[in-house]
Design a protein around this ligand. Structure first.
Ligand SMILES: [Zn+2]
Length: 81
């Protein structure tokens, strides 16, 4: 499915990336700032049970990432496109 989004991961890859950032893994690496990487990675995603959903992620007036779902085939919600 073609997408204009910069984040090209499929839903399956999304789950794989989630596993890379489990606390048990991060604890054994000093070479990568996993906290920072995880935070950035989570910026436009939202954990729902055992999986992640993409969210808009644009900063809102409150400073928190927008939690709306992106428009179909896009990166951002209707308001932030
Ligand atoms: Zn938004």
């Amino acid at each position: 499915m073609p997408s204009t989004c910069d984040y090209t991961s499929t839903p399956n890859h999304t789950i794989d990336y989630g596993l890379e950032f489990t606390p048990g893994v991060a604890r054994y690496s000093n070479e990568i700032d996993f906290d920072e990487a995880s935070r950035e990675w989570n910026r436009n995603k939202k954990r729902v049970g055992q999986m992640y959903l993409y969210i808009c992620g644009e900063p809102t007036a409150s400073g928190r990432p927008c939690q709306r779902r992106p428009k179909k085939g896009g990166c951002y919600c209707a308001q932030h496109t």
